[in-house]
Design a protein around this ligand. Structure first.
Ligand code: ACO
Ligand code: ZN
Length: 496
């Protein structure tokens, strides 16, 4: 596994080759396996018996871990030699990370262990491993530049008399931070997207990386979902070809019969909380993790299937969940949500954020992000999402930050008013760091005649005009019916 989680299949030196059969092929073998109609090299990471026969969990050469999958015998080419696992190397590997060969034992931590897993694991996840390029991007962005620049007075304008060649980049960064920036910012958008396909998730925790996706298919309302990652549903569920989740109460069932029985009885038609926002398009509900523990845990289990680097399954008490739905005559259907600590010492306004896959890339993530900032505006706080962000999370936040900052600056520029980083931060409820990093990423900060300035490159103006034509939906802040909730110390914490 490379630092980005991409598959480096068979990189442990020469291997013995030979024919295998469905009965003799073992974990660690590399075989030719069909993916999207194409034969691909893949390592077998696990083997299980299911009701529809033996299945093999494959990690494909040069594909994102998200694209690992369980395949039936028919997709493995037994007419070709397989590469047998290298016994010595495998032992080493095993000693190092207990790599994924024991799914049945490892994939289900004991109930006690599961309880302990939680937010704390988020910080563990970012320690001691090679950072993902995007983590590095965020981290380097967080490290470079001091407060002095954030506080410097800045002028907004369409760079009168300052062509791109005349722009001086800020010089007060260390070579190390500059090198890091060079490295991290050199991705083009295309490269980023390509990286999304091939590179791994944000997981930095080997124990998490080694967990194999346990659920292969989910029926959820009128959608069929194909999970991306492991989620700690009870172990018996991993033997099912498909599990059924009630789209309203989020309870899960391993067989259609009991699920159908449940649906006849289940009366819930919307998330179990107060509706705090409604427009013609979506609604938002606020749900307290402590009051609706089961529902919120079920939501976390569901979302874990699409979120790799954060784990929050059992200790839902300290969180509020803001759930976005779309309405029809059958009820309010879950589109996505974000969780938020009741009290965040670090000033985070989002812990986890997710759009269910059937709704992704349609602008809903942007609505969730906007909503989180609208709440921060009401609270009068400057906020930021919890780090690390996932690859998709970073792309979405960067897009949101860039667009909002650009629009705000264009307004100031038209009115020929001056604007500081603080003004931008306050207007958008963003932290000054996030504002600065976005300006840097967009190459909008220059150092000219002894002054830090913000300039808006022509190219960005044109891009923004084009993207504005797309007519994205937005949250109407006037429709938010919400006051920051107040909690006693006891109600913020664990309730057992
Ligand atoms: N490829 C390239 N760009 C993308 C992609 C992608 N797959 N997904 C989002 N973007 C960028 C685009 O710029 C997009 O704007 P555009 O469509 O106008 O170009 C912008 O992000 C916003 O896209 P939305 O459609 O509004 O976002 P979506 O509804 O897909 O939700 C989200 C984004 C929540 C990150 C979603 O991808 C998701 O749930 N992913 C899995 C869970 C996850 O990684 N969550 C974030 C973890 S970080 C944290 O929790 C703090
Ligand atoms: Zn139900």
């Amino acid at each position: 596994m490379g630092p980005n989680g991409e598959a480096e299949v068979g990189s442990d030196g020469p291997r013995q080759k030979g024919r295998a059969t469905p009965d003799t092929i073992t974990i660690g073998c590399i075989a030719q396996v069909t993916k999207d109609g194409q034969p691909r090299r893949a390592e077998i990471l696990s083997i299980k018996e299911t009701k529809s026969g033996r299945q093999f969990y494959c990690n494909f050469d040069n594909f994102n871990k998200r694209l690992d999958e369980w395949v039936p015998v028919s997709r493995i080419d037994f007419d070709q030699d397989v590469e047998w696992p290298n016994p010595d190397k495998d032992k080493q590997k095993d000693a190092k990370s207990k790599k994924s060969t024991t799914v049945s034992k490892k994939s289900q931590p004991s109930k006690k262990a599961q309880k302990k897993v939680g937010k704390r694991e988020q910080s563990v996840a970012s320690e001691g491993q090679t950072p993902h390029p995007w983590t590095e991007f965020v981290e380097s962005q967080n490290k470079v530049d001091g407060e002095d620049k954030a506080n410097a007075s800045l002028e907004v304008g369409g760079t009168p008399g300052l062509g791109p060649d005349e722009m001086e980049l800020d010089e007060d960064e260390t070579p190390a931070s500059a090198a890091k920036k060079e490295h991290t910012q050199s991705f083009s958008r295309e490269q980023e997207i390509e990286k999304l396909r091939t590179s791994g998730s944000m997981t930095q925790n080997p124990a998490e990386i080694s967990r194999i996706r346990n659920i292969s298919k989910v029926e959820f309302g009128r959608y069929v979902l194909f999970p991306w990652y492991f989620s700690p549903y009870p172990e018996v569920f991993s033997q099912e070809d498909c599990i059924y989740i009630c789209e309203f109460c989020l309870s899960y069932y391993g067989d259609l019969k009991s699920f159908t029985r449940h649906r006849m009885k289940c009366t819930l038609q919307h998330p179990p909380g107060n509706e705090i926002y409604r427009d013609d398009f979506v609604s938002f509900y606020e749900i307290d993790g402590r009051r609706q523990r089961t529902w919120c845990r079920n939501l976390c289990l569901l979302s874990k299937m699409f979120l790799d680097h954060k784990t929050l399954y059992y200790d839902v008490d300290p969180f509020l969940f803001y759930v976005m739905t779309t309405r029809d005559d059958r009820g309010s259907h879950l589109i996505g949500y974000f969780s938020k600590e009741k009290e965040s010492a670090d000033g985070y306004n989002v812990a986890c954020i997710l759009t269910l896959p059937q709704y992704q890339r349609k602008g809903y993530g942007r609505l969730l992000i906007q909503f989180s900032y609208e709440l921060s505006k009401i609270e009068g706080k400057l906020s930021s999402p919890e780090k690390p962000l996932s690859d998709l999370g970073l792309l979405s936040y960067r897009q949101y930050w860039s667009e909002l900052i650009l629009d705000l600056l264009l307004g100031y520029s038209e009115r020929e008013e001056k604007c500081t980083i603080e003004t931008i931060a306050t207007r958008l409820a963003m932290t000054t760091q996030d504002v600065e990093h976005t300006l840097q990423a967009l190459k909008m900060q220059v150092y000219h005649k002894g002054e830090h300035k913000i300039v808006i490159p022509e190219k960005l103006m044109h891009q923004r005009e084009k993207s504005r034509a797309k007519q994205k939906r937005v949250i109407d802040p006037d429709r938010i019916q919400w006051k920051p909730p107040v909690f006693t110390a006891a109600s913020r914490t664990w309730g057992w």
